[in-house]
Design a protein around this ligand. Structure first.
Ligand code: UGA
Ligand code: MN
Length: 363
């Protein structure tokens, strides 16, 4: 057998690779012994205070902390002597409507109220969107949620949801005028927002209002910022146009213009979710209103408020953060009836009797 054949034979190759493996493992073990151990979190601060390059280490530490959340002192009870007992339903379902008497959220004295005006309309996504927006607002104190529906009649499930939530809610309804129904670009949510504005004129005395479409995404920190608006405040909105954001341009704390993908002849290039207005400021402008002009609603509303650029209050650290997004939900169509061939078992008297009523079948 030639030397080459010997080198290529399977037995020799296996022998060589086993040797290489053993050698590699020994080196790896040696290397592991030589690498200095990273101080554990317990004595990390000590390591920081003794080192001349502490800033560099601190940055590493912060990066780690962003990935591994800080441990909090949660006392876990360990093996419990008493078994957990599930409390009785605090909101017993009475004839399909949960009754939670006295469950309205506490009002914090001294904190300006926030009037959140949400236009909505009946569709498959309506209840999911209202659930998401409502549960965001549950994290915010002193909120009055004005849900204003564009519908020929109140949608029972919307009323039911508003009755079940512990938020303070106002239900209003106003339809988009019929002449706009066939238009390609409809003034969406205008009639019902106007109903919200009229409610503010008739009922509110102070605080701040904000138009929160039912399908956007809100970081609750935004609400604490807008609560202190004196006139008109503004802030960036993410996921708007091809630019990915619509924001005021702020120089030295002053709004000097706008960055937005849709300019046209607008003066205030602001999205509906990008501003909040002080109630008293609004009440002192009796002509302030929103037009039925698709794409012009925000601009003309701002013009009717008669606000100058220098008086706009830029929020979220001079508009350097995005705390609201113009998210859009995929359209879902009317659910089909399940063909009889899929009904393998009799369903009368089962949960499906109830579930069927919760499926969107169109109005
Ligand atoms: C964009 C803007 O972000 C909105 O602020 C603006 O009102 C709207 O365009 C407009 O065309 O004027 P977009 O996501 O395209 O929003 O619109 P939707 O989310 O479909 O509607 C905006 C709000 O109006 C929502 O809260 C929606 O529930 C409500 N709406 C929509 C109605 O009340 N009626 C309708 O027929 C359609
Ligand atoms: Mn939307």
């Amino acid at each position: 057998m030639s030397l080459r054949k010997l080198k290529n034979s399977i037995i020799i190759q296996k022998f060589i690779s086993t040797c290489m493996c053993i050698l590699w493992c020994r080196h790896a073990a040696l290397l592991l012994l030589l690498v200095p151990r990273r101080p554990s979190h317990g004595n990390h601060n000590e390591a920081l205070s003794n080192t001349p390059i502490k800033n560099i280490i601190r940055i590493t530490d912060e990066t780690d902390m962003a990935i591994i959340p800080k441990r909090t002192n949660i006392s876990l009870r360990g093996p419990t002597t008493q078994p957990y007992v599930r409390p009785k339903d605090r909101c017993p379902v009475v004839s399909g409507l949960a009754k939670c008497k006295g469950s309205k959220r506490k009002w914090v004295e001294g904190l300006p109220p926030l009037y959140i005006i949400t236009p909505t309309y009946p569709r498959a996504e309506q209840i999911p969107e209202l659930t998401r927006t409502g549960q965001t607002l549950l994290n915010v104190p002193n909120v009055v949620w004005i849900v204003s529906e564009d519908a020929p009649a109140p949608t029972p499930r919307v009323l039911q949801y508003l009755n079940e939530t512990s938020l303070r809610t106002i239900y209003l309804r106003d339809r988009m005028p019929a002449k706009y129904h066939a238009k390609e670009h409809k003034p969406k949510g205008v009639a019902n927002r106007l109903a919200g504005l009229q409610w503010i004129r008739d009922n509110a005395k102070d605080g701040v209002f904000y138009f929160a479409d039912d399908d956007n995404t809100y970081d609750i920190r935004l609400f604490e910022e807008m609560r202190w608006t004196k006139g008109v405040s503004m802030f960036p909105v993410g996921l708007v146009t091809d630019f990915g954001v619509s924001t005021p341009i702020v120089n030295d704390g002053v709004v000097v213009g706008f960055y937005d993908g849709w300019i046209s002849k607008r003066k205030y290039l602001v999205d509906m979710a990008g501003f909040a207005v002080n109630v008293q400021y609004f009440l002192s402008r009796p002509n302030a209103t929103m037009p039925f002009r698709a794409g012009r609603e925000e601009d003309e509303f701002m013009r009717s408020l008669n606000i100058e650029f220098k008086d706009i209050e830029p929020l979220v650290s001079n508009c350097t953060k995005i705390w609201v997004w113009h998210t859009q939900t995929k359209k879902n169509y009317r659910a089909k009836a399940v063909p009889a061939k899929y009904m393998h078992i009799p369903t009368n008297g089962t949960n499906l009797d109830e579930i069927k009523n919760l499926i969107w079948r169109g109005s």
